[in-house]
Design a protein around this ligand. Structure first.
Ligand code: HAM
Length: 421
């Protein structure tokens, strides 16, 4: 029988890499708390409509990539492909706006998209993200960018850039779509088949096409900037001015439109310099209309971003940024079966209660094999507990780092170890 394997596009995070995840997650939490963000955890699956209406029917995510299925009661449910729509749903459903006009929420969660797997593109991947719900002020947009930058900076990442654009409000976008269609009309036949479809349904997504010929056509395309309403332009100007005042380097990218339909005003991305084709480390922006799309009675302003953890790990590995692993245990207790094994087992239990990390022999191996095991654990001390030691109540405590050893009374062992650690 063929052995069962993991699903394509998923990853096992094994003990030799889980330390990297913890390192990143701890840093993310520290920075989030520094900005007053609180963690929110929403369910891994939601009713399909939340994403269809929230992200947009015509986006790649909704039309091609969602894990959607009927549950046993024939309800259509979807594994969440992203965190923003669920967070907004939870915000509305739990009336979070009533207790606080500004809700700053963050998450670190797995997401699911049925994309073609490749380096940096998985079917189950992980994001950390923030959603700042309530304020309309451009300060909120910039604050979310600063959160991202602080996280990358704290982790030591250097090789990345911030790209930013304004996708305007509904009115600016409508005006721009017409302009863009007019510009592309004479070149329609040169567009790739996907962009030919987008021409009618979602022309702004053509700006994001990776196809060479579409790209070439767009060189002289009108810019959305020229179609921004006065309000949208003022918002964008203020965002850029705040970035300047806070010495944030950024690039304005007139073709940055993002793959989700809910954005209004600011859109931005963190681009990794060493990531190859999947170079977006993270992205986000303002989404003032999402709440109404999913049923809110009134407008709810919000802005946020999410960033891929797998891509961040790749970027950090390329810059050699992970600290040496430090998961040494304090003591390995070597025993020789029978009464020594029971005594070692009990001693370990007592030492752990004193906050000392201990591993004991579980396979009944030779002393040599046990010392090899102590080395695998990077044990600082080894205690060798034979019949004689049990009788006398004293044993040799070997310091494996300093290559020294000292005879100690078993009754004083915890104190002795604590003094030397
Ligand atoms: P997104 O651009 O779709 O935005 O995803 C954000 C980040 O998640 C990407 O930049 C990338 O690092 C990572 N990512 C996306 N898809 C994959 C994949 N298949 N494999 C590995 N990593 C991936 C959002 O999800 C929005 N919810 C962001 C947001 C929050 N906007 C406002 N608030």
């Amino acid at each position: 029988m063929k052995s069962i394997q993991k699903i394509k596009g998923t990853q096992d995070i094994l003990p030799d890499t889980s330390g990297k995840w913890q390192y990143i997650e701890n840093t993310v939490r520290t920075i989030m708390e520094r900005y007053g963000y609180s963690e929110i955890r929403t369910p891994m699956f939601e009713v399909t409509d939340l994403f269809a209406r929230g992200i947009g029917q015509l986006t790649d995510i909704v039309s091609k990539e969602m894990y959607t299925f009927l549950d046993r009661s024939k309800k259509s449910v979807t594994l969440r492909p992203e965190g923003t729509a669920p967070v907004m749903r939870a915000y509305l459903e739990n009336n979070l706006g009533e207790s606080r006009p500004v809700q700053k929420l963050y998450y670190i969660s797995p997401m699911f998209r049925q994309e073609n797997p490749q380096a940096g593109r998985l079917r189950q991947f992980h994001q950390f993200g923030v959603e700042c719900i309530g304020p309309q002020a451009p300060e909120a947009d910039v604050e979310t960018i600063l959160v991202g930058l602080d996280i990358y900076q704290e982790l030591g990442l250097k090789n990345f850039t911030v790209k930013i654009n304004s996708v305007g409000d509904a009115q600016s976008r409508f005006a721009y779509k017409v302009k863009l269609q007019e510009f592309l009309k004479p070149h329609f036949s040169q567009l790739c088949p996907t962009c030919q479809q987008r021409y009618e349904t979602n022309p702004m997504r053509i700006l994001d096409c990776k196809n060479e010929s579409c790209n070439a056509l767009l060189t002289n395309a009108p810019r959305i900037f020229e179609a921004l309403t006065e309000e949208a332009r003022a918002h964008f100007d203020k965002v850029l001015s705040l970035l300047d005042q806070n010495e944030v380097k950024y690039e304005i990218d007139h073709r940055l439109v993002r793959g989700l339909d809910y954005y209004t005003y600011t859109a931005y991305e963190f681009i990794g310099g060493a990531l190859g084709a999947q170079n977006a480390l993270g992205g986000g922006g303002r989404y003032d209309l999402l709440a109404e799309e999913i049923g809110a009675k009134k407008q709810t302003c919000a802005v946020g971003f999410a960033a891929g953890i797998e891509r961040l790990i790749m970027a950090m590995e390329s810059e050699n940024l992970f600290p040496e692993r430090n998961d040494r245990i304090d003591v390995f207790i070597a025993t020789f079966g029978g009464a020594t094994q029971d005594a070692g087992f009990k001693l370990a239990h007592q030492l752990r209660k004193e906050n000392i990390s201990v591993v004991t022999e579980l396979m009944g191996r030779s002393l040599k094999a046990q010392m090899r095991e102590a080395n695998r654990y990077g044990a600082r001390f080894a205690l060798i507990l034979g019949e004689d030691e049990l009788q006398s109540g004293r044993a040799a405590l070997k310091d494996l780092v300093k290559s020294e050893q000292k005879e100690v009374a078993l009754i004083d062992l915890a104190e002795e170890i604590k003094n030397q650690l």
